[in-house]
Design a binder for this molecule. Sequence first.
Ligand code: NAD
Length: 280
Amino acid sequence: MATILDGKKAAEAIRSQLRDEISRLGKKPGLAAIIVGSNPASKMYVDIKERTCRETGILSERYSLPEATTESGLTELIKSLNSKKTIHAILVQLPLPKHISEHRILSAIEASKDVDGFTSHSKSQLLAGNESSVPCTPKGIIRLLELYKIPIEGKNAVIIGRSEIVGKPTALMLLNRNATVTICHSKTANLREHTLKADIIVAAAGKPGLVTAEMVRQGSAVIDVGTTKVNGRLIGDVDYEKAREKAGWITPVPGGVGPMTVAMLLENTLQCYKNIEGEK
Ligand code: NAD
């Protein structure tokens, strides 16, 4: 039976450390969260991020803009936040409405305030092996693997999903730690063939039940990033109950990667603050 990777507990410990550290700073770190439109999931994520910011001593400002906001209007807001002294980190909640280019908007964020690691600058840094600004979910996954001392170097890691915010950066971070990485996606011919060779599976497709126990190698680490709401409940990509009988380690949904993502957002906010204010 697998060891449960308790992201909730790990995230609580990280938040408590951050709270102590932040209470000793000269000023409060400030995070601006921008949300465009009325997507309920986006609103829920921003609510959680704001609440945990407040609990950790981070000043949080929310900018809720209507669906019809223009790209230039949003760019102007980002420019003003780039130069706002009390704001150290800027988060643009994705997805944005279709008429706005995510790439151009994210690129408008000042590199030093890029809390999510989504700007072209941060992406190219990660590609070159520099992890000074990396997206929160991949960072949370790696932190969880490290906390539980799960071997990475020389291991086969299979990532299911190739998104810019989860799949690709997770693959790069595992590669930086000398894993042998395979990225699978919706056009992969035989997913099971790949996952059965994996010491580490990261499932980030957003397809409930995609990873069955038959696809899991005995003793492997199974990280379930997927979160899909089904009948009001959050469901991961992995058949948790059956897969935990084969895996060596496994994350629950909820309570695995999700809380780690939020903890890493707080950590990245503090890092942005330190970079800008020159505090150690
Ligand atoms: P996305 O839709 O951008 O990407 C999904 C990826 O999965 C794509 O690359 C696609 O090719 C791949 N995919 C889809 N169906 C597949 C299949 N049948 N077989 C193999 N690959 C398949 O999604 P995303 O933004 O990367 O998010 C993925 C999931 O993770 C979603 O459920 C999302 O809600 C969740 N998520 C959770 C957190 C967290 O903190 N827990 C953070 C971000 C995303």
